[in-house]
Design a protein around this ligand. Structure first.
Ligand code: CP
Length: 304
């Protein structure tokens, strides 16, 4: 594979190799000198057609820690605004001797389409409601770090599953590693095909949390919702918001994850987000090592 388009297209062996490589890079970026010279001869373009804080900066930092040359492109400030197509845009960037493209786009399938139409490695940094493979990898890497293994663990993904590329990539990655996955949320935000993926729906948040070892709390994607959508934010929070009181009333301590950005007070309260049960900032920290591993492994294939 010369691309990372989705978790659906990789294997458990690929994930194991990415994690072993990420273990090494995590150790590297905790040294006083955080860089390795591995990719001095590689140039990477990060092209973002949708907003991002974590993914964009994490990829950029991962590439710089590997000593790659990096250019970053934000569609909002580019000639895309004058009507230039995706393929023309990327081919113009590639003609500057770029080897790899990391792309975020609002259209599901955009990364796959790009990979079929250009002559460079493509890494999907999120394509609409389709996949966000590096997020799922860093989520599993964090579970592995916290609980020792992903296999055999019970993970509930809570919230807006319908609009979530994070949910889909996590479902593929977790099941591949032998975890059991449930989703919990309002019916209007659960896709009708979900059970065909081997995922059970638990509509009751308390029951879902009592079952789980890990709860991955998703953001309600207001920007993708119709204004008349049910439930309202207040109804959502009453039924699906995780509070410290709810967590304290369970008979065990579960791990709380969130891909960010958080709607504080909607899907989780601030005291949960900032509690010692939360691994939200560990997820972000691990994102750099995991993305270093993904880029390093793909670049090795370009060079050989
Ligand atoms: N988790 C995540 O994809 O965050 P950003 O949208 O800020 O990149």
């Amino acid at each position: 594979v010369n691309h990372l388009i989705g978790i659906k297209y990789i294997t458990k062996q690929d994930i194991d190799l990415i994690f072993e490589t990420a273990d090494h890079f995590k150790e590297v970026i905790n040294r006083p000198i955080k860089k390795v010279p591995s990719l001095r001869d590689v140039t990477i373009a990060n092209i973002f057609f949708e907003n991002s804080t974590r993914t964009k900066l994490s990829f950029e930092l991962a590439q710089k820690r590997l000593s790659a040359d990096v250019i970053s492109f934000s569609a909002a400030q580019s000639s895309v605004k004058k009507g230039e197509t995706l393929i023309d845009t990327v081919n113009n960037i590639l003609s500057m001797k770029v080897d790899m493209v990391v792309m975020r786009h609002s259209s599901p399938g955009a990364a796959h389409f790009l990979s079929k139409n250009i002559n460079a490695s493509v890494v999907n940094a999120g394509d609409g409601a389709h996949e966000h493979p590096t997020q799922a990898l860093l989520d599993s890497f964090t579970i592995r770090e916290k609980l020792g293994d992903v296999g055999g663990k019970k993970i509930v993904i809570v919230g807006d599953i319908l609009h979530s590329r994070v949910a889909l990539s996590n479902i593929f990655a977790l099941q591949m590693q032998g975890a059991e996955v449930k989703v919990c949320g309002p019916k209007t935000l659960i896709p009708i095909y979900i059970e065909s993926l081997g995922v059970k729906v638990e509509p009751n948040l308390r029951k879902a949390l009592e079952w789980a070892d890990v709860a991955n709390m998703l953001r309600v994607q207001n920007e993708r919702l119709d204004v008349s959508y049910f439930p309202t934010t207040r109804e959502y929070t009453q039924q699906y918001g995780v509070t410290k009181e709810l967590l304290d009333s369970l008979n065990k301590e579960i791990v709380i994850m969130h891909p960010g950005p958080i709607n504080r007070g909607v899907e989780i309260t601030s005291d949960v987000a900032d509690s010692q049960q939360s691994v939200i900032l560990e997820q972000v920290e691990n994102g750099v090592a995991v993305r270093m591993a993904v880029i390093y492994l793909l670049a090795s294939k370009i060079k050989n």
